[in-house]
Design a protein around this ligand. Sequence first.
Ligand code: SAM
Length: 290
Amino acid sequence: MNNKAVATPTRTKEILKKYGFSFKKSLGQNFLVDVNILRNIIEHAGIHKQAGAIEIGPGIGALTEQLAIHADRVVAFEIDQRLLPILEDTLSEYSNVEIINEDILKADVEAVIREKFDEGQPIHVVANLPYYITTPILMKLLMDRLSFDSLTVMIQKEVADRMAAEPNTKSYGSLSIAVQYYTEAEVVMNVPKTVFMPQPNVDSAVLRLKMRNEPPVHVEDEEFFFDTVKATFGQRRKTLMNNLARHFKGEMDKEELRTRLGEIGIDPSRRGESLSMEEFATLANALYVK
Ligand code: SAM
């Protein structure tokens, strides 16, 4: 029995040495070595003894161990096969953890949820994500409309700020709309580089995403909506009209665009970054032709 948490610099170094493990930068391997940060993350995630937890990228088990202690059951997806024997060792005391050796981007997460958790059990995704694929992972989990309640993830601070951004801020963009269409987003913690081994080059933050039961706005066609949002941010310094005219070239001329914007009371000289989610929905619905 080892009563020292995995997430301490000394224990982590011991484990890495024992297994001769070398970090793979290409897999975004920056392990957490601060138990207090982990407990904070778990608290923000709303983990409790009846809850299920899904982790992406357990590494050597720093966060997995804390999840095993605080949740009912933990399922973790890890792509790096070299970590499997290590995790078996570091998590040997916990019978409520299962590691799946799979790329999260290829995994059938819904099938895993159905198989591994009780029906109706609250499920929270908690992860210190590999930074090189943060956005693809989050967008996959959100767009697949999987049946979990929230995601609490450590990611690059700049990306966290963009995902949770409000209109009229520098960070606001199509990623803010994409994420906030599916979730209520909030940056709950900024995290210093010093709690990682090795230390990353960028600052980190913990982003909490609470899944919405329904989107906050009605849109006629989701793909068209997201395309239109992207187009209005195409060139940030240009007006709505310029960005839309470029995007709809050959389909709708400026005159037509001006008429449609006039009908919904949106000034074509505004910039994309000033539009709220509701205004984007109104705009896309007004431009959409079935
Ligand atoms: N959770 C551990 C911690 O906090 O110390 C490790 C976090 S580390 C930032 C990211 C982890 O994700 C690594 O263990 C890495 O091997 C794993 N990983 C990278 N790409 C992955 C993928 N596509 N699917 C599953 N795991 C992945």
